[in-house]
Design a protein around this ligand. Structure first.
Ligand SMILES: Nc1ncnc2c1ncn2[C@@H]1O[C@H](COP(=O)(O)OP(=O)(O)O)[C@@H](O)[C@H]1O
Ligand SMILES: [Mg+2]
Length: 267
């Protein structure tokens, strides 16, 4: 993709939305060993901004996101959402928290029911919350299709009738329907062709400028993260080795970050 930065200019006021402090996750392996997938991670997600989490496969990125979403419990450490510590012990509280943070995966579309039309796939979160009855689905779906720059006729199609890029736009639209505070994209565009990835990235930046959305982009591609994010966190073997503004990334003196940058930019 084009390596120019395309993220929106930073507004002056910074509001922390989500903060993790000293977050750790260990897995007990069948061999009897313990694997530290995340080791004392502290970072902040600011409202209306994009945070990139970059690192090679196995560095702990997805584990960190799953803890942030409360899909798996942390071994230790704290998570604060809008300034309050999250203690989602009750199922009802967990459900509420899950509405605030939506996740789009590389293969989100495999979660779509192949027998459902796109209109119903998009509106499912609203049906589940009792916020929508059947007849309005087409109109609501058309609004969200327009947001992700797809024609309204797509609402009547089935997932297998769409291209990979179109299906990923549906996954994004479905995340937006829930009106979340934060959207996490875990390698969500990695499988797309470079030109399609570029178009989706530009769409997401445009939506952020218009609606103030807050994003976390998890990716192994440092060039992608650099051009779409305001801040970048670099993970290596479960540790946060760098955490800085995207504009400062190329000046980082951390050896691991430098290696990642040199592999892409040949500087
Ligand atoms: N449920 C699990 N049980 C055991 N090990 C796990 C589990 N989930 C992840 N891991 C290990 O934790 C490390 C980090 O994985 P992950 O968070 O998926 O990394 P990334 O998303 O950066 O590729 C890897 O070594 C992975 O094998
Ligand atoms: Mg991962």
């Amino acid at each position: 993709m084009n390596t120019d930065m395309i993220h929106s200019n930073a507004p002056s006021e910074i509001t922390p939305l989500l903060r993790v402090e000293n977050l750790c996750k260990s897995f007990d392996l069948p061999t009897g060993e313990t694997l530290k997938a995340c080791d004392s991670i502290s970072l902040t997600v600011d409202k209306g901004k994009s945070l990139g989490i970059v690192g090679e496969s196995g560095s702990g990125k997805t584990t960190l996101m799953k803890m942030m979403m409360q899909l798996i419990p942390a071994s230790s450490g704290s998570i604060y959402f809008k300034g309050h510590a999250i203690e989602c012990r009750k199922a009802t509280q967990q459900l509420d928290y899950h509405h605030h943070i939506q996740m789009v995966f590389q293969d989100s579309t495999t979660a779509f029911d192949p027998r459902m039309k796109i209109a119903d796939i998009l509106c499912e979160p609203l049906y589940n919350q009792g916020l929508l009855k059947g007849r309005k689905a087409v109109a609501v779906a058309a609004d969200y299709l327009a947001m992700v720059e797809l024609p309204p006729g797509i609402a009547r199609r089935y997932p297998h009738e769409l291209s990979g890029g179109q299906r990923q736009r549906i996954a994004i639209a479905r995340a937006l329907v829930a009106n979340p505070d934060i959207i996490i994209f875990d390698e969500a565009t990695s499988a797309l062709d470079v030109s399609v990835q570029d178009a989706v990235a530009r769409l997401l930046v445009k939506l952020q400028k218009e609606h103030g959305y807050t994003y976390i982009f998890v990716a192994h591609d440092i060039a992608f993260v650099r051009c779409i994010c305001h801040k970048v966190a670099v993970m290596h073997k479960g540790k946060l080795v760098d955490y800085l503004d995207a504009d400062e990334l190329v000046q980082s003196d951390n050896p691991y970050t430098r290696r990642l940058i040199q592999s892409v930019y040949e500087i």
